[in-house]
Design a protein around this ligand. Structure first.
Ligand SMILES: [Zn+2]
Length: 280
């Protein structure tokens, strides 16, 4: 029922269309600084883009966990998994808002289910299998790093935006400083989707649906106030069949498209090629 057949690599660029706030921890920030600062690298990463460039310390990045968690939550809403959890939660708000733990749905299979009790209760033939998707951290392109350096100076990569809470009666403004990655910055990243089961070529579609959902939502914080709009660009889908990892030159680019919507429109072709691995 489970047999590893290969891995699909999804390479993408992601552009911040508005300022972006993917939060870091406050301890790492100067006293008197801003609230919930943007997460940044703690050391230089040599040749981070494979083109010989070194990502400087303090550069903003997007943790894979943030991206994966956000995409998962949107897919859960879209596929009725939040409804399912609400139905199961017995008015326990905390429980109702948790990720799906059914262990049987496509979301649990793609993103993983952390509920040991559910897994223990399933028969071998019902097990979801290993989570298929890995989402790696995404870094700013070198071009974006250089643009930010030009705009802000050597080691400053973020903007400080002031937002005001206005007192309804006195009209007095109560300012708050908000750190953001400026609009226009382009990140690049990779996801890996392992193929274990016959249904996996169809399950991969969920990843692209989630990416598309994210484009009409937001990443990071302050989304209802205009932060966090992103757009995926230049998406490349590469198949590495199992033999690739034993030294055979069998990597195949399945498609390359400008938008997620284009990938979804072409998805049946991708699925057909992947299904071939299971029919062989
Ligand atoms: Zn589930």
């Amino acid at each position: 029922m489970f047999s590893y057949k290969g891995t699909v690599i999804i390479k993408y660029s992601m552009k911040a269309l508005t300022g972006l706030r993917v939060g870091g921890s406050k301890e790492n920030f100067d006293i008197g600084g801003t609230d919930n600062p943007v997460i940044k690298t703690l050391g230089m990463i040599e040749n981070y883009d494979g083109r010989g460039n070194n990502l400087p310390e303090g550069a903003p990045y997007i943790p894979g966990s943030s991206l994966k968690g956000k995409i998962r939550s949107l897919v859960e809403w879209a596929k009725g998994r939040v409804d399912y959890m609400i139905g199961k939660a017995n008015n326990d708000v905390e429980k109702a808002g948790k990720p799906c733990v059914c262990g049987r749905c496509e979301v649990c299979k793609v993103f993983g289910t952390g509920d040991a009790k559910t897994i223990e209760s399933l028969k071998l033939s019902e097990l979801p299998g290993p989570p298929r998707l890995r989402v790696f951290d995404a870094y700013p392109t070198w071009e974006s790093i250089e643009r930010l350096r030009g705009a802000f100076g050597e080691n400053i990569f973020t903007e400080i935006k002031t937002e005001n809470a206005i007192n309804r009666l006195t009209s007095r403004a109560n300012p708050r400083k908000v750190e953001r990655v400026p609009a226009g910055v382009v990140f690049f990243g990779e996801m890996a989707f392992h193929l274990f089961a016959k249904e996996d070529p169809e399950l991969l579609r969920v990843v692209f649906e989630g990416m598309r959902l994210l484009e009409d939502d937001y990443l990071g914080g302050y989304g209802s106030r205009g932060s966090g709009k992103v757009r995926f660009e230049n998406i490349e889908v590469i198949l590495r069949p199992k033999a690739y990892y034993f030294g055979e030159r069998v990597e195949e680019r399945l498609t390359q498209k400008t938008t997620v919507q284009d990938i979804l429109a072409d998805y049946d072709n991708i699925k057909q090629k992947l299904s071939g691995l299971f029919n062989a």
